[in-house]
Design a protein around this ligand. Structure first.
Ligand code: ZN
Length: 101
């Protein structure tokens, strides 16, 4: 299993970074201080073993081959997981580009 941390889109300002109209944070979201991000979320990639993978691993297949087989058997990559989380408003494409590319 692999895991990476992405910045979580601020749920208060929905990533806009804009918030309060008064006070010291005027024009900026008080929660994320105008960055548009607050906290972290983890994205995962889980490889489930199957007969073909077991066989190829035993034959010392290289990592690229193993990854191809895993994908063919429906493994979801970290990017797939991250895209779902973008859809849920938890992070954004910029974070995928920054961390996973
Ligand atoms: Zn915010």
């Amino acid at each position: 299993m692999a895991q990476r941390l992405l910045r979580r889109t601020c749920q208060t300002c929905k990533g806009s970074g804009k918030g309060s109209t008064t006070g010291i944070y005027a024009g900026r979201c008080e929660k994320c201080l105008g960055t548009g991000y607050y906290g972290r979320i983890a994205v995962y990639e889980i490889m489930t073993m199957n007969d073909e993978l077991r066989k190829r691993t035993a034959q010392n297949a290289d990592a690229v081959t193993i990854a191809e087989i895993a994908r063919r058997h429906g493994m979801r990559t970290m990017i797939d997981d991250a895209r779902d989380k973008v859809g849920m408003g938890l992070t954004d494409e910029r974070e995928i580009a920054r961390v996973l590319s």
